[in-house]
Write a protein that binds this ligand. Sequence first.
Ligand code: PLP
Length: 395
Amino acid sequence: MLKPNHNYENLKDSYLFYRIAQKTRAYVESHDGAYLYRLGIGDVSLPLCDEVIKALHEAVDDQAKKETFHGYMPECGAHFFRTAVASYYQHRGVKIDPEEVFVSSGASDELGDILDLFDKSDDALIPEPAYPAYVDANVMAGRKIVHLASGKDNGFLPVPDDGVKAQILYICSPNNPTGAVFTKEKLKKWVDYANATGAVILFDAAYEAFIEDDSLPHSIFEIEGARTCAIEICSLSKTAGFTGTRCGYTVIPKELEREGMNLNAMWVRNRTTKTNGVSYILQKGAAAVFTEEGQKQIRANIAVYKRNAKYLTDALDKLGIWYCGGKNAPYIWMKCPRGMSSWEFFDFLLEKAQIVGTPGEGFGSCGEGYFRFSTFGSPEDTKIAAEKLIELLSE
Ligand code: PLP
């Protein structure tokens, strides 16, 4: 009899988005198909930019001709893609060798797959509130999870203390769900801790392109010492609207070694065994994001989401409600007003203003009493939702 992976029995039902979908469906059915202002889901609403579309079309045409046709791509990434990413880092003064860049089908895939590099006995530290996939990927792998709660007192940016004991350290900055961003000084504390203890940081930089404050780090490799303790996982999903197109990249420095094993070399071995690369067409489209024109165009899309954020943060400022995020991140994390719990506030907003957000409790127990707004929705709806918030909560 085959023995299945019984760790799956330890997974909690992923009830957050399921419960949101159930509640919103029930509301619409009982309110004559009422229109909802959807600020819940973290999916983009703007299409790919012209520069990416042009590159995708050209790459499709390449595949139609014998002289330009590409079969299997190099598993770790096409040279043109790896150099495009390396020069993107170089623009911010971070020196990365193209061979330290690995193409991926997105950050989710990579966040799960990368665990292959670690032993089962390595514990994973997950600062919470957290993107739920971090927890589930480690539960599936049967790994012990150390939950590190954060809160309003530390601006949802915890730093390690002597009590922290884990070998795999997750850091997401700008953060989903809180929108909080680590300063260089605070991030340095994690880097020093990892180097001192031999831990490895998995730095999720999926939202780096939303940072507008020049003093904040886009990459952990802006921090001295990170090359010997960190892996950075990035995605073009939110940066350039690739949620349905799929492409990302991972940076593993060649200096990163533990117990005489080189993690960059191990990942080369992993990729060449477990993947046959990302398609030529997609890598061409993704590389166009890093051209001068591509950058201009994706920045214009990000500016639309930033304007959405401003509608909402202006409303919260006017109401005197505490929040973080929104400025350097596409998420706004607010304190639920009037002492409401996350789900009470969810129901209240849905009933009274037809606004759908995400209850903070779904991202870990320390998220109770908080609520997440996504700024990826339509500007028209976000503007109306912000006005409705003011009207509802100033009563
Ligand atoms: N990491 C974080 C923090 C995210 O919020 C998301 C998606 O919402 C991802 C990773 C996954 O991104 P991708 O679409 O590249 O799989």
